[in-house]
Design a protein around this ligand. Structure first.
Ligand code: PAF
Length: 287
């Protein structure tokens, strides 16, 4: 496995290997990231993983400084699963001058995470576009755990005609249902025991809506259940999958997304589900 720190070195190494599949990460790798690499490996001749904690996607009061940085452990994990290249640039390599150009992802980046974290998706889209230009992959793999990020990046690739296939991988969960995340490291033992409630409430919401309960009632119940156990809830909301707009009566492929704080740790999660078609007397098509 090659550990590369500069764009020049990366370009030299990849010059004869256009058939690479890319997994962008911010490091602190866990089983979820390793699944992304496993998803990437059979799809190309070389698997490239980037490790870069991107200041541009963190708000001024967010956890950029305390975000875990574990390069040696990350490299050992990647070597063990036959990753070919780790690209770990420093900030000056990615942002050699103040970044005055950026990608404006438009309306999809202003709701949910984008509303709570203004500028976040501009930072994500800009760094991912730069990383795509550095690595020039034929495909890139992202985890559905960051559902809105997946939608933002798919839209960017489509609307800017980037020659990169976006592959989405399912969320990896602990046995108790908690979605794996680098930020789980911040949880105290008590918080870790409580943390699976977010996934459980999303499941309950999805099941209730699939049974025909109103979306608003199901969302409110999840919100109340989390708040009753000490969570500070940013949102629990059912959206249609394609553009994360509130579903109309005709939308059946849905996703419930949640974001909430446990102590000082903010967790996000989501669950895709289908609301079955059931004709109603009003003709709305939904019960
Ligand atoms: O999902 C992440 O880890 C980051 O948002 C990404 C895509 C690596 C961009 O910094």
């Amino acid at each position: 496995m090659e550990l590369i720190h500069t764009v020049a070195e990366l370009r030299r190494y990849l010059s004869g290997a256009p058939d690479n599949v890319f997994v962008p990460t911010m490091g602190a790798l866990h089983e979820g990231h390793l699944r992304l690499v496993e998803e990437a490996r059979p799809r190309g001749a070389l698997t490239v993983v980037s490790i870069f904690v991107n200041r541009m996607q963190f708000g001024p009061n967010e956890d950029f400084d305390r975000y875990p940085r574990t390069l040696a452990e990350d490299c050992a994990k990647l070597e063990a699963i036959d990753c070919d290249v780790v690209f770990a640039p420093d900030e000056r390599e990615v942002y050699p001058e103040p970044q005055s150009f950026s990608v404006d992802p438009g309306p999809i980046a202003t709701v949910l995470e984008g509303a709570v974290r203004p500028g976040h998706f501009r930072g994500v889209a800009t760094v991912v576009l730069k990383l795509f230009n550095m690595v020039q992959p034929k495909a890139a793999v992202f985890g559905k755990k960051d559902y809105q990020q997946c939608r933002v990046l798919e839209t960017m690739v489509r609307q800017l005609a980037l020659p990169v296939d976006i592959i989405l991988a399912e969320t990896v969960r602990a046995a108790d249902g908690l979605a794996l995340s680098s930020r789980n490291k911040y949880l105290s033992p008590d918080e870790r025991a409580e943390a699976p409630r977010l996934a459980a409430e999303l499941r309950r919401t999805a099941e209730a809506v699939a049974r025909g309960e109103s979306i608003e009632t199901a969302e409110k119940a999840a919100h109340a259940a989390l708040a009753a156990h000490g969570w500070r809830v940013d949102y629990v909301t059912v959206r249609r999958r394609t553009d994360l707009a509130p579903p109309t009566a005709h939308d059946h492929e849905l996703v419930v997304l949640g974001a909430a704080r446990l102590g000082s740790t903010r967790l996000i999660d989501n669950l895709e589900f289908v609301r079955p078609f059931s004709p109603s007397p009003s003709g709305s098509g939904l019960g």
